[in-house]
Design a protein around this ligand. Structure first.
Ligand SMILES: Cc1cc2nc3c(=O)[nH]c(=O)nc-3n(C[C@H](O)[C@H](O)[C@H](O)COP(=O)(O)OP(=O)(O)OC[C@H]3O[C@@H](n4cnc5c(N)ncnc54)[C@H](O)[C@@H]3O)c2cc1C
Length: 500
């Protein structure tokens, strides 16, 4: 057991774990955030639709609904303090054909019950005027002005950096294995890097939250069934839609939608497929066909030739019944300090709208700790502001010139599609949470996400990573051990005669 006893150890550095760590860093607490991967935000938080949901489709009375609406309201101040992209553009749920129109009324009713402001019903004709490329069969739409889109990678990284700025320690490649317990009390967290003593452990392990809570003997019946969502990404500027377009939702998901991202690409998806493997983020032909058909129902003129990438994410869907009397709902969030064990803050089943809800979940964790008698003394020097590093392509020509004069590396373009410079890459490698892999740089700078999908920049990024980290190029990875780009040097092959 570590000599140092942490007040709080947060398990899992997704949007929820990072947000909890950042929020708790307001108080005089010694906090450790552990993550099994090589970077923060590599789980569900890295592969989702990036919508800050208004909250009209969650079941009224559920924790999900309460956290969605409360979380949504916190995104403006959060993005301003932390310097990541967020646009409150509003969104539409679109009914196609007369038979779908009555479903909008149900969403409207739910939205009113959940306290969603800024909703309006609009006619099919008005919808076609606002989105000229939409299906002519549209019969009406629900407009929610509080919906938004964000950069989910930027949000996680900014939260984690701000947490570190305020004293949180982050330990990557540190896998939770079990709890050190005395009777029903948690004394510490056992990991592949040893046991760390703590007074509180926060379970924010996403897809593995069920396994973590079972290690503490909590909710043995709780299980996470990963639900996959697949996506197509379209080239920037190739589809002109003004807003976020949802179809009417299904029982299990919000449906296959068409949206633009904060980076200007269009994204279509996701579907919803139960899978048994918590690591299975593969895309399938059948799944891609399903999302294409779903998206064409909203925008019939979509064209395959504009597709530049595909990806999939896994929703950590849980089976916790809503505890509000009279509300019959079987897939609510778990946000609790369980009675059965001392020292655990238990978060589980944080599927969509978990991204939206994360800031509210973090505030709820503070309330739970306070209710449990934890003395939360505010730090005098807590700093909520994190300054973003410059993004060359967003600067004016004059600002670009000034940046190059201070550091000539900003004059060398490494990613031509997205205009990312060597200066930006080097800054990310030496940032408060260093980017040590290709994908870590990609999530931070958007490099390699354009039409060539890294074809031009990868060799240069491998060189830069090796130089800056002081490691051989052979050790540079895409996303951690096992994903090295190179297997051997060309000269090694020639010298051993293996080239023949
Ligand atoms: C297809 C899809 C679409 C979605 N769309 C939206 C949307 O548009 N809007 C929205 O609000 N929400 C959306 N969501 C939901 C949202 O992405 C999630 O609710 C949110 O990202 C969950 O965050 P998290 O931090 O709980 O989980 P994660 O991001 O998965 O983080 C959990 C972390 O715990 C780590 N971990 C796990 N086990 C261990 C261990 N043993 N030791 C150490 N670390 C561990 C993982 O590596 C991971 O980094 C979507 C999800 C998916 C999959």
């Amino acid at each position: 057991m570590s000599k140092l006893k942490y007040d709080v150890i947060v398990i899992g550095a997704g949007i929820v774990g990072c947000m909890v760590a950042r929020t708790l860093a307001r108080y005089k607490l010694n906090i450790l955030l552990i993550e099994k991967e090589t970077d923060v935000g590599m789980g569900a938080s890295s592969a989702n639709t990036a919508i800050v949901h208004a909250g009209y489709d969650t079941v009224p009375g559920s924790l999900k609904a309460a956290m969605n609406v409360a979380g949504n309201r916190l995104w403006d101040s959060l993005s301003q303090e932390l310097g990541f992209a967020f646009e409150r553009r509003g969104d539409y749920v679109v009914a196609v054909g007369e038979e779908e129109a009555p479903l909008l009324a149900e969403l409207w009713r739910r939205g009113r019950q959940n306290g969603v402001l800024g909703m309006a019903m609009i006619s099919g004709e008005e919808m076609r005027r606002r989105e000229p490329r939409i299906s002519p069969a549209v019969s009406g739409a629900l407009w929610a002005s509080t919906g938004g889109i964000c950069d989910p990678f930027g949000a996680v990284i900014a939260e984690a950096e701000n947490a570190v700025q305020n004293g949180v320690t982050i330990s990557l490649q540190t896998r939770f294995e079990s709890f050190a317990m005395e009777g029903q009390r948690i004394l510490g967290v056992e990991t592949n890097r040893g046991t760390f003593a703590c007074r509180w452990a926060v379970n924010a392990a996403g897809l593995n939250a069920d396994e973590v809570m079972h290690q503490a003997g909590v909710r043995p019946e709780f299980a996470i069934a990963p639900r996959k969502g697949e996506y197509y990404v379209l080239d920037r500027g190739e589809i002109q839609i003004n807003n976020v377009l949802f179809p009417v939702p299904t029982e299990v998901s919000k449906g296959i939608m068409v949206t633009t991202t904060v980076h200007g690409n269009a994204v279509v998806g996701p579907n919803a497929q139960e899978v048994s493997d918590k690591e299975d983020r593969s895309v399938t032909r059948a799944g891609l066909d399903e999302i294409w058909q779903g998206a064409q129902k909203l925008i019939p003129s979509l064209q395959h030739r504009h597709v530049i990438a595909v990806f999939a994410g896994l929703r950590p869907a849980g089976n916790a019944r809503c505890e509000t009397p009279g509300v019959d709902y079987a897939h609510d969030f778990v946000i609790e300090i369980p009675q059965a064990v001392r020292g655990l803050v238990n978060l589980g089943g944080i599927e969509s709208p978990g991204l939206t809800a994360a800031p509210a979940i973090a505030e709820r964790v503070v309330e739970l700790l306070r209710d449990a008698g934890e003395k939360l003394d505010p730090k005098r020097k807590w700093n909520p502001v994190r300054h973003p590093r410059p993004r060359f392509r967003d600067l004016s020509p004059k600002q670009q010139q000034q940046l190059i004069e201070t550091n000539p590396r900003y004059g060398r373009i490494v990613c031509r599609c997205e205009t990312v410079t060597e200066g930006e890459i080097v800054a990310e490698i030496h940032a408060p949470i260093p980017a040590r892999t290709y994908d870590a740089i990609k999530r931070r700078t958007w490099l390699g996400t354009g039409r060539c999908q890294g074809g031009f920049d990868t060799p240069r990024v491998v060189e830069i990573l090796a130089r800056e980290l002081g490691i051989p190029q052979l050790e540079v990875t895409k996303k951690g051990p096992g994903s090295e780009f190179l297997v051997r040097g060309t000269k090694d092959v020639e010298e051993s005669g293996a080239a023949d």
